[in-house]
Each structure stands twice: as C-alpha cells, then as structure tokens.
Design a protein around this ligand. Structure first.
Ligand SMILES: Nc1nc2c(ncn2[C@@H]2O[C@H](COP(=O)(O)OP(=O)(O)O)[C@@H](O)[C@H]2O)c(=O)[nH]1
Ligand SMILES: Nc1ncnc2c1ncn2[C@@H]1O[C@H](COP(=O)(O)OP(=O)(O)O)[C@@H](O)[C@H]1O
Length: 206
C-alpha cells in the first residue's frame, strides 16, 4: 500500500552509531518523527520511559503480542523489542515521515508489510572501532558488550538485504548520507505526492 508519509528503517550492530545519527537527523528535519519501541530491556542511565523506549515487563510484552499490537517484534541480545502499529500506521497514513530504529529481523518484517519502506544499514568502519565505541559509551557491562559484538557479525551479514548502506566513520559525512537518502525518497513521484499534487495537477501530469 502506498501511504502519503515515508517510512525509513535504520538498522546497525550495537555501537555503530544509529541512535546518534537518527537523533541528529531529527534535530535537523522536523518532517520526520521517530517511533518509540517497546522493550523488555532495563533502562540505561539517562533513558526515560516513553522517550527512548516504553520499558515494559515480560507480561506486558506478551499481552501486546497476543493482542496484535505490534507491526513487528523480535528477540535481540536476550531481550524483546517491538514496534507498535499505533506508532507507525496512523502517522504515515496522515502524511508524516517516520523513522524506525530497529534490528535487521524487524526491518525485514517491515519491508514485507510496507513494501515502499526504505531500509538503511549503518556499518562501523572496523571491528576495533565498533568495540571502542561500545566501551566509550560506557552503558553496558563487559559481558553485554561481548554478546553484542558476537551478534554483530550475523547482523552485518544482513546488510546486503538493505536498500542503502552507510559507513559511519566520520559522523558528519554519515549524517549527510542519511539526509541524502531521506531527501531522495521525498522526491520520488509516489512519495509525498500530496505535497506536490497542485503542481502536478497544474502541469497536467496526474
Ligand atoms: N525488531 C526490533 N528491534 C528493535 C526495536 N527497537 C530497538 N530494536 C533493536 O534492538 C537492538 C538493541 O537495542 P538497544 O538495546 O537500545 O541497544 P543499541 O543497539 O546499543 O542502541 C538494536 O539493534 C535496536 O535497533 C523494535 O521495535 N523492533
Ligand atoms: N562517527 C562516529 N565517530 C565516533 N564516535 C561515534 C560516531 N558515531 C557514534 N559515535 C559514538 O559511538 C557510541 C555508540 O553510538 P550509538 O549512537 O549509541 O550507537 P547505536 O545506537 O548504534 O548502538 C556513542 O558513544 C556515540 O557517541
């Protein structure tokens, strides 16, 4: 189905920089809104319920799954994460662009449902840099960091399934690339047709 709003999906191994890039994109672009996922993971230091995630219990997550509240959900690094239908459908149907920051399993589920979704995979420049970003972030225990690095190989092997790949070496360069993808999608004939419909009509092309 073709919605007036665009759907962008950004995935990456833990520590590659997807949250930082999406946050920076959002600060520059008021037309795109993030979707806040539900997770059974515990909050990190500065994280707030309803801002980074809705932090829910296993039982709450189970009842959302049973109630069909998720458009996609997956097990990632020992926890469950899901995107609620509410967070996506109403907004893209009303013409807002939405960005999902989810793992590759969720991204591939989304592409099957929203065939026009644009899938972007963020890669780190090297394994050494990925490890050092996770360590510098200082939010996860050494065991959690090891598990995330171990999972990163399998996650990165999925990059070829995505529409675009950005290597996040220099932050500003990677942000420029992400902005370019968003901009190009908006210029597609089908996407955001509403905002340009008057011109198309005046030119007699729709
Ligand atoms: N499938 C799915 N994955 C999600 C969702 N929300 C977050 N994730 C992914 O779960 C993984 C772990 O996220 P998080 O614990 O915040 O750690 P981070 O990757 O280091 O930021 C990341 O790959 C996220 O993109 C969601 O709603 N669905
Ligand atoms: N291009 C970059 N160069 C150096 N450090 C970066 C870059 N991009 C992100 N970082 C840092 O790396 C760490 C992990 O980034 P984050 O956005 O939390 O990753 P993710 O959301 O993919 O787990 C953070 O401390 C962030 O400030």
């Amino acid at each position: 189905m073709d919605y007036p709003g665009n759907l962008f999906v950004v995935a990456a191994p833990s520590g590659a920089g997807k949250s930082s890039l999406v946050k920076a994109l959002m600060e520059l672009d008021s037309q795109v809104q993030p979707s806040v996922s539900h997770t059974t993971r515990a909050p990190r230091g500065q994280e707030k319920h309803g801002r980074e995630y809705f932090f829910v219990s296993q039982q709450e997550f189970d009842s959302m799954v049973l109630g069909g509240a998720f458009v996609e959900w997956a097990h990632v690094h020992g926890n469950r994460y899901g995107t609620s239908k509410k967070a996506v459908e109403e907004r893209i149907a009303s013409g807002t662009d939405v960005v999902l920051e989810i793992d590759y399993q969720g991204a591939l589920q989304i592409k099957r449902i929203f065939t026009n979704a644009v899938l972007v995979f963020i890669l780190p420049p090297s394994w050494e840099e990925l490890r050092s970003r996770l360590e510098r972030r200082g939010e996860d225990s050494p065991e959690v960091i090891e598990m995330r690095l171990k999972n990163a190989a399998e996650e990165m092997a999925q990059a070829r399934e995505f529409d675009f790949v950005i290597i996040n070496e220099l932050f500003e360069r990677a942000l420029f690339d992400l902005k370019a993808i968003v901009h190009a999608q908006r210029l597609k004939f089908t996407a955001q047709r509403r905002s340009r419909a008057d011109t198309f009509k005046a030119l007699n092309i729709i």
